[in-house]
Design a protein around this ligand. Structure first.
Ligand code: IMP
Ligand code: MG
Length: 174
């Protein structure tokens, strides 16, 4: 079975939207600073592009999580594989994710981060699949709402492949 990638959002569209979100974040945090928390690995491409377009002072940290159990994407209990290097206490934290799907991972993650006492905690995602939502998650900044299709590129993978594509594509099997 061979895979084919159909372009859903071109590089130009994605870049233009990231610029808009960067402008909005720069406005919203004006006079302050923002601490970006990237959820590895998927969020890394988006976070780098976004950070370059934010004009208030930015600091960065990374964390990596995985779901417990075999049913990887839907167990809802996440294990911290790599925790943040620095404390987020008193900081204006913006979590940067690649995609919100069921919402289970993020709802758990946000609750955990909130317990650590940030001054504020917001969520920014490049993609959102609202039709797939199982757990309610408040998203502050969304790049694109997309239909329920499996997408790759811009950090998103299929079996660890295609993260490096500079656009968002749908995996099709033929
Ligand atoms: P959920 O919101 O807890 O269901 O899980 C979100 C995670 O599932 C994302 O951070 C991605 O790692 C992965 N994921 C969900 N949908 C897709 C997709 O279409 N392509 C690639 N990864 C996806
Ligand atoms: Mg992710």
């Amino acid at each position: 079975m061979s895979e084919h990638i159909r372009v859903l959002l071109s590089e130009e569209e994605v870049d233009a939207r990231i610029q808009q979100i960067g402008d909005q974040i720069s406005k919203d945090y004006e006079g302050g600073q923002v601490h970006l928390v990237c959820v590895l690995k998927g969020g890394s491409f988006f976070m780098c592009e976004l950070a370059k377009r934010i004009t208030v002072p930015v600091s960065l940290d990374f964390m990596s999580v995985s779901s417990y159990g075999k049913d990887t994407k839907s167990s809802g209990v996440v294990k911290i594989v790599k925790d943040l290097d620095e404390s987020i206490k008193g900081k204006d934290v913006l979590v940067v994710e690649d995609i919100v799907d069921s919402g289970r991972t993020l709802s758990y993650l946000l609750e955990m981060l909130r317990d650590r006492g940030p001054k504020s905690l917001r969520l920014c995602t490049l993609l959102d699949k609202p039709d797939r939502r199982v757990v309610d998650v408040h998203v502050d900044y969304t790049g694109f709402a997309i239909p329920d299709e499996f997408v790759v590129g811009y950090g998103l993978d299929y079996d660890q492949k295609y993260r490096n594509l500079p656009f968002i594509g749908v995996v099709e099997f033929e």
